[in-house]
Design a protein around this ligand. Structure first.
Ligand SMILES: Nc1ncnc2c1ncn2[C@@H]1O[C@H](COP(=O)(O)OP(=O)(O)OP(=O)(O)O)[C@@H](O)[C@H]1O
Length: 711
């Protein structure tokens, strides 16, 4: 038979299996819906029963509905491309590999979940170590329709007569396909070196390094899905946290995990790690360097211990006709004494009251010595401690401290200079104070780590009675609606520190203060850390390393994997990027290998102030015409609004303007890079940021530059 006919015949064979799978899927859906309906019926009768029976009925109902919903959710999420692989062994029946495990009514395997041990040879078998796999086949579907098949022969000598082999490489075909605005999963074409990382043991710390486009992000996300599948009992309930650099990035990767059926995963950017925060603004590099440094911890601690701006400077109270007065100095002495005990201020009000009462009693004794009436010390302490005017004073003198309020205080340069004495330079004080002078919730990404630090240093504010009642109500509502997993997540408190596994992407950029913030959330966690030191925009790697090691705690097991193949960029594009970092930022780090040639060299065009706008327009238009997928226009952060304005007329779904720092982790079919030298000068680690920007395109790159300094 000719090749196209063989291919058609093979597609038809796979189509009949895929049809069986979807028929079964429809049956399973119906069963789950029936179960959910039954569950709700149980609930209806509950009001009439005795309390005890009512509770157990509601529990049964919740469990049934919860399980039915989970089944439905995962069946629906995995619908697209459910079956994607097939293994033919020397013996036994073929094994089909897919996003879910599905059995027929007789418990025969129709599809094996990609994360199950039986599916591992799909990723691990090679010609050298075939693991008994004769032929590995990738099946590409759209909906329920098989579009194509693609084979690898691993044991040529064992191919039985009549077993056809078709195709020329599923990986290359996948890499050449157009990109959308969300990351796709790579589950059908995971490579062996990547699979080893995905299936690495879950305990301890797993580090994944590698150059741009080596699949670090993809691998980390698939690892999260794999771990939750294999170790659901250990990892599921407490949840897995995935942290990315920006909101743009988390939205880009958001589709990968739910499509793998994982609802126990929480995705947050660094600006959202603290509940209620949604910071997206970045500080200029020198300021970010100050805010991220461990020195800030000392500054914050001192700020908390300083006199609050509104605190009264005199306590005057009349007791048995005697005036007892504490002046500013005496009050400060008392404040110091309370702080020296070391407790968080919000937990120290009782101590503050005791200290003030002792100081008042001292005062009474002093007065007596000077001829005043003799007062009993114990009486003074006891009686004043019950006085309402004393308590009124106390709450203003020792107020509850809220992180946002304390950080705003440091917008006052004098106050910041006091808190930063011997820690910050005069220039740093000026710079920092200016940035903290803002209003409301307009925080930067780096501020969030400071707020989190303050939250811990200040201690939890005492709860009011109404708030406690609200919490109880929330708990009750949660039990009632326990079939909605999103609810469990939303109800996690700000101090939730029990994630069972934390995945950190683009970890090379985390500041020491951000590592501390993460460490707090992973007190009991194992970790997957993803990063590329060459792309780092953090100026003091040693300090960040120290904070990072502390974040992991006493975890002993630490394994490191390096991925070496760049799957994103064409070789032509990556050559230009490599030239920009070679010998400078790379300093000994190995650069990856780009495997795909397109024959299209990047274009470098000269622009100036007069021609820049038209050139951006023209380049964007050309690239939109040239590729099917997305086009990214990358420029320095400061230039974003202007470039957006220039391209407003060209508003196309496929066209995105993105600032250099936001481009981390993203990719486009084609990229227009505007003024590369500006990317170098806007950040402390200049060339590395440019390197990131140059490695975002899969197919075509146009650089618009008014100088050659960047080369
Ligand atoms: N095995 C694979 N099969 C198909 N595509 C792959 C494979 N591995 C990686 N890719 C693709 O390569 C591109 C780069 O992957 P990813 O973004 O995970 O790389 P990265 O190492 O995180 O890059 P960077 O450090 O530049 O952000 C993505 O489009 C991804 O889908």
């Amino acid at each position: 038979m000719s090749e196209p006919r063989v291919r058609r015949a093979e597609i038809a064979i796979e189509q009949s299996h895929v049809d069986r799978v979807y028929t079964r899927l429809a049956e399973l859906r119906r069963q789950a819906e029936d179960m959910r309906a039954k569950g709700y019926e149980i609930g209806h009768g509950a009001q009439r029963e005795a309390v005890f029976e009512q509770a157990s009925m509601l529990f049964e109902r919740d469990m049934m509905v919860f399980h039915a919903n989970q089944t439905l959710q995962s069946l629906d999420a995995e619908y697209e491309g459910l079956v994607f692989g097939r293994l033919d062994h020397t013996t036994a029946e073929p094994v089909y590999v897919g996003r879910l495990g599905i059995r027929d009514a007789d418990f025969e395997n129709l599809v094996t979940d990609w994360r199950a041990p039986a599916a591992a040879p799909f990723y691990q078998a090679t010609a050298e170590e075939p693991m008994d796999v004769v032929r590995r086949r990738v099946i590409r579907c759209s909906g329920q329709q098989v579009l194509d098949v693609d084979d690898d022969v691993l044991m040529p000598e064992s191919v039985p007569d009549g077993m056809p082999v078709v195709g020329e490489g599923a990986l290359m075909a996948a890499l050449g396909r157009a990109r959308g605005d969300r990351m796709r999963d790579i589950v059908a074409t995971i490579q062996k070196e990547q699979d080893e990382v995905i299936r690495a043991p879950w305990r301890g710390v797993t580090e994944i390094t590698g150059g741009p486009g080596t699949g670090k992000t993809a691998v980390a996300l698939h690892r999260a899905a794999y771990l939750l599948y294999r170790y659901r009992r250990q990892l599921g309930g407490a949840g897995v946290l995935v942290v990315g650099p920006s909101g743009v990035f988390t939205s880009y990767i958001s589709r990968v995990l739910p499509s793998m059926g994982e609802t126990n995963v929480e995705l947050r950017s660094l600006g959202e790690l603290l509940d209620g925060m949604q910071a997206t603004r970045y500080d200029p590099a020198p300021l970010a360097a100050v805010k991220g440094s461990l020195r800030m911890r000392k500054v914050l601690l001192k700020a908390l211990r300083d006199t609050p701006p509104e605190a009264p400077t005199e306590l005057r109270i009349v007791y048995k006709g005697e005036v007892l007065k504490l002046g500013a100095k005496e009050l400060e002495k008392a404040r110091k004494k309370v702080h020296s005990a070391g407790g968080p201020p919000n937990r120290s009000r009782v101590r503050a009251a005791e200290t003030l009462l002792e100081a008042l009693a001292d005062k009474a004794e002093e007065n007596a010595k000077a001829g005043g009436p003799q007062l009993d010390r114990a009486d003074v302490v006891h009686d004043l401690g019950e006085r309402i005017d004393f308590h009124r004073f106390l709450v203003t003198w020792w107020p509850v401290l809220y992180p946002a309020q304390v950080l705003r205080w440091l917008g006052d340069e004098r106050k910041l200079a006091r808190a930063g004495k011997n820690v910050l330079t005069a220039e740093e004080v000026t710079l920092l104070a200016e940035s903290l002078r803002g209003e409301g919730d307009d925080w930067t990404v780096a501020d969030v780590a400071l707020l989190d630090e303050l939250r811990v240093l200040a201690g939890p504010p005492p709860k009011r009675r109404t708030q406690r009642a609200q919490d109880i109500e929330l708990d009750a509502a949660q039990t009632r609606d326990s079939d909605d997993p999103a609810r469990h997540r939303a109800a996690r408190p700000a101090h939730y520190d029990e994630y069972s596994h934390i995945v950190v992407d683009e970890s090379q950029d985390l500041s020491p203060m951000q590592w501390r913030m993460l460490g707090r959330r992973g007190a009991y966690a194992s970790w997957t850390i993803v990063g590329d030191p060459v792309q780092s925009s953090w100026p003091d790697p040693a300090e960040a390393d120290q904070a990072r090691t502390q974040a992991f705690g006493a975890k002993t097991a630490r394994r490191r994997y390096t991925l070496r193949t760049n799957y994103r960029n064409s070789a032509e594009i990556f050559d230009l990027a490599a030239e920009v970092v070679a010998g400078r930022a790379a300093s000994g780090e190995e650069l990856p290998n780009a495997v795909r040639k397109t024959g299209l060299e990047p274009e470098i065009r000269r622009v100036d102030d007069a021609t820049r706008e038209t050139a951006v327009h023209a380049a964007a238009k050309e690239l939109l015409d040239a590729v099917d997928g997305t086009v990214g226009v990358i420029c320095a952060m400061d230039r974003v609004p202007e470039v957006e304005r220039w391209l407003a007329g060209q508003a196309e779904e496929r066209l995105k303007v993105v600032g250099s720092l936001d481009s981390k982790g993203l990719e486009y079919d084609a990229v227009v890079l505007v003024e590369p030298t500006e990317l170098i000068t806007e950040s402390l680690t200049g060339r590395r940021v440019l390197y990131v920007a140059l490695t975002r395109a899969t197919q075509q790159l146009t650089v618009l530059a008014s100088d050659d300094d960047w080369r």
